[in-house]
Ligand binder design. Structure first.
Ligand code: FAD
Length: 338
């Protein structure tokens, strides 16, 4: 394990912001994670855990240690129709999705092409096209930052919700995720309940015979057509969560905005697309300094090349205030601001 000083994080965050880490180290085993924690504690430095930086907005240089988790274990055991897959936190998520589907282990295909590493995937319970990681997750192996103790958290310990888990709470943020245990199926029976996916797949009958491989390809095509590639224009995907509103709130809003799209959610509530709210408010394509709102996807804030994280924070606050003012809805941010 090697600790470097004054390391640029420009290629380690999907916005491409040019900030630096006072100290940087990449740990590819549990022992190396422990070694890094011991070093950081002996120096009494703050620590920031980093995966691939696709959900992190750096607004300043990072003091202390940036610990990149690079554990790349991947093992599978198959019994009857079940494939138990264990992945280290450093494995790239999309590589895992492709590898499992091509090995006849199904269940992750709807989550294809989501950037990032497996260690960060449970943190916001990544989701897309009708599935979330919690649908296939059995447990998460973690190490406690202060004590160095390792534990396995079950799915129910993780308290998953829409873009939420225990890891987003004060207690959960004490853990570093080392690996994730997933349960996949060897039966090729993908979930195709999500309307936009069904439409793209051109399906009319509810029980159409579709392979996971085809779902994977279709999800990749949809995502590539809708979301800007961070390699071309820096971004962190959706910047705000879709608000969940009560039916009374939706009724009131629909009196003023009859076209407001809503999707039914649990407990009689509705999910409202944040992209629609932001688009209707006129933000799509907006530019301010070096940053802006993507011109085809109102939910994606972008770095036009010379922007920085402080400008993104200002823009996000302006959008938040405008949406609150217009619709009385308080948007919640998806990425982590540092
Ligand atoms: C173009 C684009 C599209 C996206 N689409 C989606 C989507 O459809 N659905 C979705 O849910 N998300 C989406 N995202 C968000 C992002 O891909 C996910 O949140 C992803 O899981 C982040 O992984 P990462 O390794 O890059 O995390 P990072 O940005 O490195 O880290 C995110 C947070 O997790 C913490 N963290 C990272 N690794 C660990 C670890 N091992 N232990 C403890 N804490 C850790 C970090 O400290 C930070 O707080 C998208 C992002 C982009 C850029």
């Amino acid at each position: 394990m090697h600790i470097s000083k004054n390391v640029s994080l420009r290629d380690r965050n999907s916005f491409g912001f040019d900030v630096s880490a006072e100290y940087f180290c990449s740990a590819s085993s549990i022992d190396e994670v422990r070694e890094a924690l011991t070093w950081q504690q002996s120096k009494n430095l703050p620590i920031l855990i980093l995966g691939s930086g696709s959900n992190t907005v750096f607004t300043r240089n990072v003091s202390g240690l940036v610990l990149h988790i690079a554990i790349d274990t991947h093992r599978t055991s198959i019994e009857k129709n079940t494939a138990m897959v264990y992945v280290g936190a450093g494995v790239n998520w999309h590589s895992l999705v492709k590898a499992t589907v091509s090995n006849g282990q199904f269940g992750l295909e709807n989550l294809a092409l989501i950037p990032g590493n497996c260690g960060a995937a449970p943190i916001q319970n990544i989701g897309a096209y009708g599935k979330e990681i919690c649908d296939n997750l059995i447990s998460v192996d973690v190490i406690h930052q202060a004590t160095g103790e390792t534990t396995t958290l079950t799915k129910s310990d993780c308290d998953f919700g829409y873009r939420h888990s225990v890891f987003k709470t004060a207690a959960g943020s004490e853990f570093i995720i080392l690996g994730v245990q997933l349960e996949l199926s060897t039966l090729d029976n993908p979930v195709i309940s999500y309307d936009a996916l069904r439409e793209a797949l051109n399906l009319s009958e509810p029980d159409a015979d579709i392979s996971a491989e085809r779902v994977l390809q279709q999800v990749c095509a949809l995502r590539s057509s809708k979301l800007p590639d961070p390699a071309t224009i820096g971004n962190a995907g959706s910047f705000f969560k879709n608000p969940i509103l009560s039916s009374q709130r939706v009724d009131t809003l629909r009196k003023k905005y009859p076209d407001l799209p809503v999707y039914s959610w649990t407990n009689g509530c509705y999910k409202v697309p944040a992209a629609w709210l932001i688009d209707q408010a006129g933000w799509k394509g907006h530019r301010a300094d070096g940053v802006g709102v993507h011109d085809r996807q109102a939910l994606v804030l972008v770095n036009h090349g010379n922007g920085n994280g402080k400008q993104i924070a200002v823009l996000a606050n302006e959008i938040y205030a405008d949406i609150k003012d217009r619709y009385d809805i308080e948007l919640e941010r998806e990425p982590v601001m540092y």
